[in-house]
Design a protein around this ligand. Structure first.
Ligand code: ADP
Ligand code: MG
Length: 695
């Protein structure tokens, strides 16, 4: 454990071994190398902390149904354990070792690293699957990295996940909504398939509560299996890290603008501190791009020192070549500055980091079942996250962490731990997935952390109105099953199904593809004016969804030209991704028997299809509102059209939105105009019920 705790602050928690099944292993468990691979890579592998535990891990996995492995970020859990398992024969006989991650980018990065370490081509022996991207070979792939969401989807075709011998649920401390659902389901599967081995791994885990969660499965099992099979008692293994001391610096006064403060802190480090790369934690593409731009300008203006800076962004949605830059070694005499989201907190280890700048914020989902709005909010991180972030500076030698908040704030105001995502999410997606897996009693489901009954009721209500669930809360046929089958948010899937009847499915799958990626616009501050001008070229009076159709048409017309994208401030990579996703949706809809048809320019039916999916997100402009204030029909919440929307400042009377983000206000992203009579048409129950409740 790194020793960056300043005297007087809370001590790091240390796992203790009072309870049965908890195991600590010393370094005496070393083992011989596997005997293949290039010598230098092999040496690197042996230097990782987890290597000393190789035999121990294999022993525990052999003898226990569930093994919980706790180890500091960078100790080699994700890249090494699947390889050890394979070397020990867990992938023999056509079986597959799975390792899940909450983040898509992490899946891609670790898979390519492991393929490189094993000197195999990515997509053969080592592969990965994320939504809309399957780089595996059904016959050849033995180690498969995938998002926990994708593994959940695989259960629809193969409920017992029979092809996997070991499933490693990685980054369990993140407590993503899919991880929690997965843990509950894996526990069920284990009862039916005792030969399946689970590894739950993470950087900091409440190992005890995780082990309690898995231990209780014994009760349900009825009879205790003597000698036969693995012990149902979960084992816990703690990998001793080798972190270096990290000195913590706090700001004396709260900072007003963490973007500006990050930039000046990086420049300060660069001026005053010896060589070593810098990692800056911000929240998302917007603030990251802003800092990258400001620092890049600084280096170009070349104030004496800053010309040696290599400034790189790190967030999901980067292309492969951009990702590669992050991991490539820093050239001599240069200093790398990586500006990252939470992903570098534990999911990815960057070598060479000596300085960390922590903004104290991350982007988090928050759902309020009363207002029924799910928000993406820039919110304060927990102390546990702050410690993880600081720890990133102590990987290769003693480092420094600059916290852009006061010590007083850290000590007295930051919460100790984050809240599991399932307790702050809209559950529509989660409910439909469980229903599709035949889990009917969702409130009675064995959750690692229970979701709120209010959120559950809201989700059931929406799904009922979407026609996905019937009066007995069972999936309807065919709509319910079809919506579950399409790997999109249920509201988007419903829009596609409705479009089939309305005769605009070609348009609907294009819209669905665009809504599935973050943004198709080129981003970055300072280009706002040109960007707005470019948007005007495509802007449709009906709103953003129709604007997307115009852009898609223009892109096709240009022969999918990157120059055309550049000229119009459209992100070429994003458009290529849209094409790929659209093609997959085309195949899925054909499989579901949906006939693809274009409305040939009739945008009314397109808007009706959007309404059929998104009626729950309907809003009305407040009468006499001078500042564009809308209220949601359902929860009577104040919302505004996001400045990125083509309807910003246009403020039509009735709209539906795709999602809400919060900064100073709640902003609707991706907005389209509707006729209010379509709402009762699309969801009579939903809006009838509303009328009975005084709003
Ligand atoms: P953990 O999962 O315990 O956090 P990892 O297995 O991810 O650790 O990382 C082990 C080591 O492998 C680290 O030193 C890390 O820097 C290195 N590594 C991981 N991914 C890559 C990559 N894509 N390129 C280069 N090095 C990598
Ligand atoms: Mg890892």
């Amino acid at each position: 454990m790194s020793q960056f705790w300043k005297p007087g602050t809370e001590k790091p928690r240390i796992l203790d071994d009072e309870e049965g099944g908890v195991l600590f292993l010393s370094s005496s468990f070393s083992s011989s190398a596997s005997g293949y691979g290039f010598a230098n890579i092999e040496k690197q592998r042996q230097r990782l902390p987890v290597y000393k535990y190789r035999t121990a891990i294999l022993y525990l996995v052999e003898t226990h149904a569930t093994t919980i492995i706790v180890g500091e970020t960078g100790s080699g859990k994700t890249t090494q354990i699947p390889q050890y398992l394979k070397e020990a024969g867990w992938a023999d006989g056509g079986r597959v070792i799975a390792c899940t991650q909450p983040r898509r980018l992490a899946v891609q990065a670790v898979a390519s690293r492991v393929a490189e370490e094993m000197s195999v081509k990515l997509g053969e022996e080592v592969g990965y699957t994320i939504r809309f991207e399957d780089i595996t070979d059904a016959d050849a792939t033995r180690i498969k990295f995938l998002t926990d969401g994708v593994l959940l989807r695989e259960m629809m075709d193969d409920p017992l996940l029979t092809k996997y011998s070991v499933i490693m649920v990685d980054e369990a401390h993140e407590r993503s909504i899919s991880t929690d659902i997965l843990l509950g389901l894996l526990k069920k599967i284990q009862r039916r398939r005792p030969e399946l081995r689970l590894i739950i791994s993470s950087a900091t885990i409440e190992a005890r509560s995780m082990s309690d969660f898995f231990r209780s499965s014994k009760k349900h099992q009825g009879l205790e299996s003597e000698d036969l099979g693995p012990s149902m008692e979960p084992a816990i293994l703690s990998v001793e890290g080798r972190g270096f001391n990290v000195q913590i610096h706090y700001v004396e006064e709260p900072v007003q603008d963490y973007v500006q403060a990050s930039v000046s802190t990086v420049l300060l480090i660069n001026d005053q501190e010896p060589a070593g790369d810098i990692l800056v934690f911000l929240t998302g593409q917007d603030d990251i791009d802003a800092v990258v731009k400001m620092l890049t300008e600084e280096t170009q203006n070349s104030r004496k020192n800053s010309s040696g800076l290599i400034v790189l962004p790190l967030y999901s949605g980067l292309s492969r070549s951009e990702q590669d830059l992050i991991f490539s070694p820093t050239p001599r005499g240069k200093r790398k500055v990586v500006i990252s989201t939470n992903i570098a907190e534990t999911s990815l280890t960057l070598e060479g980091i000596v300085y960390v700048v922590d903004s104290g914020f991350s982007k988090q989902r928050f759902y309020n079942p009363i207002s029924d709005i799910e928000n993406l909010v820039v919110a304060p991180i927990s102390k546990a996250s702050a410690r993880q972030r600081a720890g990133r500076a102590g990987r290769i030698r003693p480092g420094k962490c600059y916290r852009l908040y006061t010590e007083e704030y850290f000590m007295n105001e930051m919460s100790a731990e984050g809240i599991p995502e399932i307790q702050r999410s809209n559950l529509v997606d989660c409910v439909i997935q469980l229903k599709a897996l035949g889990i009917d009693n969702i409130l009675g489901f064995d959750w690692p952390a229970s979701p709120s009954p209010e959120a559950m009721i809201r989700a059931l209500e929406v799904l009922y109105s979407l026609g996905v669930l019937d009066n007995d809360a069972k999936l309807t046929s065919p709509v319910g099953f079809q919506v579950a089958e399409i790997p999109l948010e249920p509201m988007i899937s419903k829009m596609i199904l409705a479009s089939s009847e309305l005769g605009c499915s070609e348009e609907a799958i294009t819209i669905a593809a665009v809504l599935s990626i973050q943004s198709i616009w080129f981003s970055g501050r300072g280009v706002q004016k040109q960007l707005d001008e470019a948007k005007l070229r495509f802007a449709a009076a009906e709103g953003d969804h129709v604007t997307f159709l115009n852009i898609y048409k223009g892109f096709l017309h240009s022969g999918k030209s990157s120059q055309w994208c550049h000229k119009n401030f459209i992100n070429y990579h994003a458009m290529k991704k849209v094409m790929e996703i659209r093609e997959q949706l085309r195949r899925i809809t054909l499989r579901l028997g949906i006939v693809l048809k274009s409305s040939e320019g009739d945008m009314q039916v397109v808007r009706k299809a959007v309404t059929a999916g998104f009626f729950a997100n309907a809003c009305r402009l407040e009468p006499f509102s001078h500042n564009g204030m809308y209220k949601t029909i359902r929860g009577s919440q104040e919302v505004y059209i996001h400045p990125s929307s083509v309807l910003f400042r246009v403020n039509p009377k009735w709209v539906v939105y795709h999602s809400v983000v919060s900064t100073d206000r709640q902003y609707m992203r991706n907005v389209i105009t509707i006729d209010p009579s379509w709402l009762t048409e699309a969801a009579p129950h939903f809006y009838q019920q509303q009328r009975q409740n005084p709003m």
